[in-house]
Design a protein around this ligand. Structure first.
Ligand code: SF4
Ligand code: SF4
Length: 276
C-alpha cells in the first residue's frame, strides 16, 4: 500500500472512531506542483488527502490556532521531521500538549517519500537525534562558506543589499510555526520598537530581531525562505544561527517536548506586558 493510501485509511479510521476530531494534511494546490493545507473532519473527506514530495509546508503552526486544542480532543497532522521538531518546541514552550497530537510522519529523500513509524511525538525522538549531526547539503554549505569568508565590511554590505529588498510584508512571520505570538513586536506602535517603513534601519531591525528571536528555536523548515516574495536568503541566516547555537550551547532545537529552551523561556502565565 502506498504511503498516500496508508495515510488516507489511517485518517478515515481515526475520524470514524472519534479518536481525532480533525486531520490537518495536504491537498491539491493551485497548480500540479503545489499543495495546500487541508483540514479534514470526516472519514469521507480523507480521500482528498495527498502526500508526495511537493508537500513541503510545515503545517505545525496550525496547531496553535486559537481554541483548536482547548477542548482537549486529539488532532492528527502530517509532519516531516522538521515539523515534528516544531511540535516539540511548541510543547516545551507550553503552547500545546504533545499527547493531543497524532502524527502522520513522513520524510523526503529527493523526490521519494517514506512513512515514519509512530504517531506520538516521543516515537520520533531517535530519528530527530540523528539529524543533529547531519551536515548541510553541499549547495547550502557553499553559501555558508561564502558568507564566512567575507570580511565584516563585505558581510555587512551583503546583508544590507539583501535586506534592502524587504517590503515588510511579514510573510516570513506568518508562515513560521515558531511565530505564534498573538501580538508581534512589529505590530506595536506605542512605542514603536521596529520601524514599519522599508528603509535600511527598519529592515535591519526587523530581520535581525527575527533572527535572534528564532535562535535556538528555528527548525530550518525553510518556510520563511520559500514565502519571501523578494527572495531574501532567510534560510542562510537561520542556518548560521542554528550552527552558532549548536556550537555554543550544544543545543539542537526540537529534540523532545521536554527540552529546555536555550535563549528565552516562555511560561503559561507570561503576561506579555513587555510589548504593551
Ligand atoms: S524561521 Fe523559517 S525556517 Fe525557521 S522555523 Fe520559522 S519558517 Fe521554518
Ligand atoms: S517575507 Fe521577505 S519581504 Fe516579507 S517581511 Fe519577511 S524578509 Fe521582508
Amino acid at each position: 500500500m502506498s504511503i498516500q493510501e496508508q495515510y488516507r485509511k489511517k485518517a478515515a479510521e481515526l475520524l470514524s472512531s472519534g479518536d481525532v476530531k480533525l486531520v490537518i494534511g495536504y491537498g491539491a494546490g493551485t497548480n500540479p506542483d503545489r499543495r495546500r493545507p487541508l483540514f479534514i473532519r470526516s472519514a469521507e473527506a480523507a480521500s482528498n488527502l495527498l502526500i508526495d514530495a511537493d508537500c513541503d509546508a510545515n503545517l505545525s503552526g496550525y496547531l496553535v490556532n486559537e481554541g483548536l486544542l482547548s477542548d482537549k480532543k486529539k488532532v492528527g497532522i502530517f509532519l516531516a521531521p522538521e515539523g515534528i521538531r516544531s511540535v516539540n518546541i511548541l510543547a516545551s514552550e507550553s503552547q500545546l500538549d504533545p499527547d493531543q497530537i497524532v502524527i502522520f510522519g513522513f520524510e523526503r529523500d529527493g523526490r521519494s517519500i517514506a512513512a515514519l513509524e509512530g504517531s506520538n511525538v516521543r516515537d520520533y525522538t531517535d530519528r530527530i537525534a540523528t539529524l543533529k549531526s547531519m551536515p548541510p547539503d553541499a549547495e547550502e554549505q557553499a553559501r555558508i562558506d561564502m558568507i564566512e569568508n567575507m570580511s565584516a565590511e563585505e558581510r555587512f554590505a551583503f546583508w544590507q543589499a539583501e535586506f534592502s529588498k524587504c517590503i515588510k510584508c511579514y510573510a516570513c512571520r506568518q508562515v513560521c510555526p515558531m511565530c505564534y505570538c498573538k501580538r508581534c513586536i512589529v505590530d506595536n506602535n506605542q512605542p514603536q520598537w521596529v520601524h514599519t517603513s522599508s528603509h535600511t534601519l527598519g529592515n535591519f531591525e526587523w530581520n535581525l530581531v527575527r533572527a535572534f528571536h528564532l535562535s535556538g528555536r528555528c527548525v530550518e523548515c525553510g518556510g520563511c525562505d520559500r514565502a519571501c516574495p523578494v527572495n531574501i536568503p532567510l534560510r542562510l541566516i537561520n542556518r548560521k544561527m542554528a550552527a552558532e547555537v549548536l556550537d555554543a550551547f550544544d543545543h539542537f532545537s526540537g529534540m523532545s517536548p521536554d527540552q529546555e529552551t536555550v535563549l528565552a523561556n516562555f511560561r503559561k502565565d507570561d503576561p506579555e506586558t513587555f510589548i504593551l
